[in-house]
Design a protein around this ligand. Structure first.
Ligand SMILES: [Zn+2]
Ligand SMILES: [Zn+2]
Length: 378
C-alpha cells in the first residue's frame, strides 16, 4: 500500500493494467480525496471485477471497502492507446503493452521524457498481438525485470506441448486440469486448444468465466477476439456444483483459477484427479515459492485440507508467460536509446540487479536498481 504518499499531494495516478499488484491499492487513494486516475476502459472493467473479488476474499483486512472501489471506477478517466493528454506541464500517452487486455506502457513527456514499461511483452499470443514500439530517446526508462534471468521457450513450441499433453491425457481416458490465472491466461489456453482443432470438451470455471464474458465484448483491447468468439462457442461453462462433479466423469480439459492452486475451483479439480494416473495437471504460469502449485511441482505432493498426498497424475509446467523474457527485455532496452537512466523494478532483487548490470555493460544507460523509496534525480 502506497502509505508514504498522501493522495492530496498527487497530481494524477496513471494505472498501467488491471493486475492487483498494479491496481490493488488504488481505491485507497479515493478515501480522503478524489485524485485524477487514468487507465484504459478495459483496465477499469477488469480491475472492478478483481477488486470486488479481493474484497470478498479478504475485505476484513483491507483498508478500504466497496464504496471506495465504486468511487475509483466512477471517477477514473478512460484513456485510449495513442491518445495524448496533459497533466500540468506534462503530456501523457498510453501505448499497448501486450501483457493483458488494456495493458499500457506509459510515456510522460515533460522537461524530460520518461517511459514506464508496466508489465509488457512483445510476444504475440492467441489473445494479444504483443507490445507496440513506444519510440526511443527517453531520458528515463522504468522497466519491469520479472524474467531478466530467464529466457522463454518460443510460444509455438509451448503451444504444441500444451496441445500434445491435452490429447495424450484425453486419449488415455484422463482429465487435464489447467490451474490458470483468471485474467487472460485461462481464455488463452482455451484459444490455443481451439486453434489446434482440439475436439474434446474444454470447461472453464471460476472467475475466468466472468472475464471471458468481458473479453467477448472488448473488441478494442482483445486482438484475438475472433478466435476467442469461435472458441467460446465450444467452451463449456461450469454453471454450478452439479457440473463440477459431472465433468470429472468424461475425458476432457478443465481450465480454472487459481493459477498457483491457492484455492479456487482449480484446487478442487486438482485434488480430484491427483490420484488418477491417466490424468494430468498442467501449470501454465510461474509458481511462487511455498504455494501449493510450487510444492506439487517440486515434490509431486498435493496439500488438501491440511493433509498431504503424493499425486499419481502427471504434473508438468509450461510457462505461457505474459512478460518479456530475458531476450525481449534486453532487446527492448537496447532499442530505447543510448543515454539516460534505466531503472529496473518489478522482479526478484537478483533479477533487477542482474538486469541493471547487463544494461550498464551493454548500453549507454546509467542503470539503477532502486533499493527503497528515496527519490532518484535525473
Ligand atoms: Zn501484470
Ligand atoms: Zn505486475
Amino acid at each position: 500500500m502506497p502509505g508514504h504518499v498522501s493522495p492530496r499531494d498527487l497530481d494524477a495516478v496513471l494505472i498501467s493494467h488491471a493486475h492487483l499488484d498494479h491496481v490493488g491499492a488504488a481505491p485507497l487513494l479515493t478515501i480522503s480525496s478524489t485524485p485524477k486516475i487514468y487507465a484504459t476502459e478495459s483496465t477499469i472493467t477488469q480491475a472492478e471485477i478483481l477488486l470486488k473479488d479481493m474484497l470478498k476474499l479478504s475485505g476484513y483486512y483491507l483498508p478500504f471497502a466497496a464504496a471506495e472501489v465504486t468511487k475509483f471506477v466512477r471517477t477514473a478517466q478512460r484513456i485510449r492507446y495513442g491518445e495524448r493528454f496533459r497533466i500540468k506541464d506534462a503530456e501523457i500517452e498510453f501505448v499497448d503493452a501486450g501483457h493483458i487486455p488494456g495493458s499500457a506502457q506509459i510515456i510522460v513527456n515533460a522537461d524530460k521524457t520518461l517511459i514506464y514499461t508496466g508489465d509488457f511483452t512483445p510476444i504475440k499470443t492467441r489473445l494479444l498481438n504483443g507490445s507496440k514500439d513506444p519510440g526511443s530517446g527517453f531520458d528515463v526508462v522504468v522497466t519491469e525485470s520479472t524474467y531478466a534471468l530467464e529466457a522463454h521457450e518460443p510460444r509455438k513450441v509451448l503451444e504444441d506441448k500444451v496441445v500434445e499433453l491435452a490429447r495424450e491425457t484425453v486419449n488415455q481416458g484422463g482429465i487435464l486440469v489447467v490451474p490458470s490465472f483468471a485474467v487472460a491466461r485461462s481464455q488463452e489456453v482455451a484459444c490455443i486448444l481451439h486453434a489446434h482443432g482440439f475436439k474434446a470438451p474444454v470447461w472453464i470455471d471460476g472467475m475466468a468465466r466472468q472475464l471471458l464474458e468481458v473479453y467477448l465484448q472488448d473488441e478494442e483491447y482483445v486482438d484475438g477476439i475472433d478466435l476467442l468468439a469461435k472458441a467460446s462457442r465450444r467452451i463449456r461453462i461450469v454453471r454450478g456444483k452439479r457440473d463440477r462433479v459431472g465433468i470429472l466423469d468424461e475425458p476432457g480439459v478443465v481450465v480454472s483459477p487459481a493459477g498457483m492452486l491457492k484455492g479456487g475451483p482449480a484446487a478442487y479439480y486438482a485434488s480430484k484427479v491427483a490420484d488418477d494416473p491417466a490424468s494430468s495437471i498442467l501449470l501454465v504460469s510461474f509458481q511462487a515459492p511455498n504455494t501449493p502449485g510450487a510444492r506439487l511441482l517440486s515434490e509431486g505432493k498435493l496439500t488438501l485440507d491440511g493433509s498431504e498426498f503424493k499425486a499419481a497424475a502427471k504434473v508438468v509446467q509450461y510457462k505461457l508467460s505474459a512478460h518479456a523474457g530475458q531476450t525481449e527485455l534486453r532487446e527492448y532496452i537496447s532499442k530505447r536509446g543510448d543515454s539516460g537512466v534505466a531503472i529496473t523494478i518489478h522482479g526478484d532483487p537478483a533479477a533487477c540487479d542482474a538486469f541493471a548490470s547487463w544494461i550498464k555493460e551493454n548500453t549507454g544507460y546509467r542503470a539503477i536498481n532502486p533499493a527503497g523509496s528515496e527519490p532518484i534525480v535525473v
